[in-house]
Design a protein around this ligand. Structure first.
Ligand SMILES: [Zn+2]
Ligand SMILES: [Zn+2]
Length: 746
């Protein structure tokens, strides 16, 4: 008997091992085994097929040991892994690595999953009270402690008490406990417990939907009758979450599980509270900040007869073992953080969610106030259903959006700070009314650039081809590509003069300036730097909700689906910088960010104001944003995408070649492009040098494939594999790093 297995290694294909005779009755597909691979190494592998076909011409090794007595990966999961590997051109081993929590796939002597235990104290059940009192004699402290324990257990109707709890007793002392244990009056026990909370009771029923929400709810149901996927396009603050809650309830009644995907960990906190209030401990939370042991426990619970009915999580929760999946919700479906960048597999969680649902014959609901061009196109062409919600919840009004021409203001010497006079006035006003403000700047750090006034020297990362960003608080220069940290030179290292100055403004400088403009208010900043610590972003969000913070400064992190009740003013400080990227999605992202940011303003009955500061207010995108005109924006984008051969009309695959030697990187890319052109012709673009040519010591060259729909994916994959194999044959190209980014973000 033989078993094909997946190894957690970036190697193509499956590996075949012989199944030892004694293991044969108990092994199955989806089971974990340990197998030898390479020189004296053991890996945890997953069995994908059991058969009797002896592979030819290779020496077959035996499976070393069998870990499980049941499958830990089910058929739908294996199908999903294969699809990801195929579609995203990524080895199956990489998909497996991304899917399972690390402690479930130990290598050699690495840490494995260990159950959590707690210490308890028990009274010997055979012992009679009178006997105990006699035995204890004059040890009054021990007697008193024993009596209190006895009372406690009687009232609680329990047979043991946690050691921690015991230490809170009035009669407790370490010596009395020790005495009782020595005399065997008490027994010390260790009991396996769960890391997961299991007794959260629901506290409310779903709220009744208003008229518009209810129409949308019925439309979605109607749509699900003939479509697998539905796009819910609902303006910001239209109450989409409550519609989701009603849908989940409906699927629960049919005995079906729901997966609720969010783009960011920072968002899970606010939403978890809302869902827990309705669903209690039927809800499980899964993301990378939950520790590995707990993730392994959630995985096991999903395999048990009593799995979570609802999982809320970020993209990695797609990999959990569902059994009765009925609904997948992809909230804020337009968010770019749904795309995995590094390491492989570079999958898009939204598109993978649609596939996952397909394997379960489940439904997918995509939700957004600013749908991605791809999803909206799919809805327009009938591939997805479309439901729209144009009314804000609770009668709150759409904010007024105004564009401030900062070029003109500067010319007239009216810009005395980073904020326009009108924005300052509006913030001032709202502070007086006890309201809050949010300010966006899509650049973290203090200043993006330090430059020498004399010789134009500027500090660069030694490992990457990028200028360093100045961070004032830590007085360091940081590379935003590899996170290398450098000290700030006092004099210019090139011309040796004290002539260094900062150019441009990041969030840190904005925070400093806002604190100076509004000295008596609490200003906080939310970006990657300020939220490094665990739960830090949740804390900032919480404090802002509680109005302990009046002005919040931050990057796009802030625009993602957060609900605040008292925000009256939103300022977008340098909107042009959102649009000036050499990237086909720059306008799409700019529109989404501005609309989403604007959506943070004006909840409940207070209408809000949004100020967008731009040096180029004539750009048509601003009129789409101020007019809240998604349809017109979509049409112009679609026309451009069609004209320049971009998605949704063409499928993009970026090929990345990296080498520590610049010349070799260039040669590899050139040769590869030449090989590919033989069969793909003008569909092959490049090779090109990316904007940042060198990252972490590696020189990068890129090739872009623009493929029309209708080409066979199998054929493309074949062409790529063959070209890659040819490259690997050339002896001096062995050191090259080569990978694919399918459906790249830019
Ligand atoms: Zn760097
Ligand atoms: Zn200089």
């Amino acid at each position: 008997m033989y078993a094909d297995v997946i190894l957690p290694l970036p190697l193509p294909g499956l590996f075949t091992y012989a199944v030892p005779t004694e293991m044969q009755p108990s092994i199955g597909v989806g089971y974990r085994v340990t197998v030898p691979f390479g020189s004296r190494k053991h890996y945890t592998a997953i069995v994908t097929r059991i058969h009797r076909e002896r592979p030819e011409n290779i020496k077959i090794k035996e499976i070393h040991s069998l870990i499980d007595s049941h499958a830990v990966v089910n058929d739908q999961q294996l199908r999903l892994w294969e699809w990801i590997s195929f579609y995203y051109l990524s080895p199956l081993g990489d998909v497996y690595k991304a899917a399972l929590p690390p402690s479930m796939k130990p290598r050699d002597l690495q840490q494995t999953y260990t159950p959590k235990t707690e210490n308890y104290i028990q009274i010997d059940p055979e012992m009679e009270t009178a006997y105990a009192d006699r035995q204890l004699g004059r040890a009054k402290k021990q007697q008193a402690l024993l009596a209190e324990i006895r009372d406690y257990l009687t009232t609680k109707n329990a047979d043991r008490i946690g050691k921690k709890e015991l230490s809170g007793f009035s009669t407790y002392s370490a010596s009395a406990l020790k005495g009782l244990l020595q005399k065997k009056m008490l027994i010390d026990v260790r009991i396996e417990t769960s890391r997961l909370e299991s007794d959260i009771a629901p506290i409310r029923a779903p709220y009744t939907l208003n008229e518009h929400q209810n129409t949308a709810f019925l439309d979605i149901n109607d749509c699900f009758r003939h479509k697998q996927t539905c796009l819910l396009h609902g303006v910001t603050s239209s109450g989409k979450t409550e519609i989701y809650i009603h849908l989940i309830t409906q699927f629960l009644a049919e005995g079906k599980q729901t997966l609720y995907l969010l783009p960011e960990i920072a968002l899970t906190g606010q939403l978890t509270e809302r869902l827990q209030a309705v669903f209690g401990s039927r809800l499980g939370i899964y993301h990378s900040r939950i520790n590995d042991q707990e993730r392994a426990e959630i995985w096991q619970k999903m395999l048990s007869p009593h799995p979570y009915d609802i999982i809320i999580g970020v993209r990695s929760s797609l990999f959990l073992p569902f059994h009765q999946l009925g609904l997948v919700i992809v909230d804020e479906e337009h968010e770019s953080s749904y795309k995995q960048q590094d390491p492989a597999p570079r999958y898009h969680a939204r598109d993978t969610a649609v596939m996952l649902a397909h394997f379960f014959e489940a439904k997918t609901l995509l939700g957004s106030a600013t749908p991605s061009i791809e999803s909206y196109y799919n809805a327009q062409t009938g591939k997805y259903g479309l439901v729209t919600l144009t009314e804000r919840f609770n009668g709150s009004m759409m904010p007024e959006i105004r564009i401030e021409n900062t070029r003109e203001l500067r010319r007239r010497k009216k810009m005395k700070s980073l904020l326009s006079p009108l924005l300052i006035e509006l913030i001032d006003q709202s502070l007086k009314e006890n309201k809050q403000a949010i300010l966006f700047r899509n650049r973290r750090g203090y200043a993006p650039l330090i430059v020498c006034k004399q010789c134009e020297w500027t500090p660069k990362c030694t490992r990457c081809d990028v200028t360093l960003t100045y961070h004032k608080k830590t007085n360091r220069l940081i590379c935003h590509y590899c996170n290398s940290i450098y000290s700030v030179p006092k004099i210019c290292p090139s011309c040796h003069q004290e002539s260094l100055e900062t150019i441009g403004q990041g969030t840190e400088q904005l925070e400093e300036e806002v604190s100076r403009l509004f000295p008596d208010t609490v200003v906080a900043r939310m970006d990657q730097d300020s939220t490094r610590g665990k739960d830090r972003s949740e804390q900032i969000i919480h404090d802002f909700q509680q109005q302990k913070i009046q002005i919040l400064v931050g990057t796009q992190m802030l625009s993602k689906g957060l609900d605040f009740d008292h925000v009256k003013v939103v300022g977008i400080i340098s909107a042009d910088s959102l649009l000036n990227h050499p990237d086909f999605r720059a306008h799409e992202r700019g529109f989404q960010l501005m609309t989403q940011a604007a959506g943070r303003a004006g909840r409940k009955q207070t209408p809000g104001t949004v100020i967008i500061q731009s040096t180029d207010p004539g750009n048509p995108i601003y009129s789409f944003v101020t007019g809240n005109n998604y349809a017109a924006f979509f049409q112009t984008q679609l026309a451009e995408r069609k004209l320049f051969h971009y998605p949704p009309f063409y499928r993009l695959i970026r090929i990345i070649c990296k080498h520590k030697d610049a010349e070799k990187a260039g040669n590899v890319a050139f040769l590869l492009a030449k090989l590919l052109r033989k069969s793909l012709h003008e569909r092959v673009l490049g090779p090109n040098k990316p904007v940042v040519e060198r990252v972490q010591l590696y020189y990068i060259r890129e090739i872009l494939l623009k493929l029309e729909y209708g080409l066979s994916s199998h054929q493309i994959r074949d062409i790529l594999n063959k070209a890659e194999a040819r490259l690997r044959d050339e002896s001096d190209l062995k050191q090259v790093v080569l990978y694919y980014d399918v459906d790249p973000l830019s």
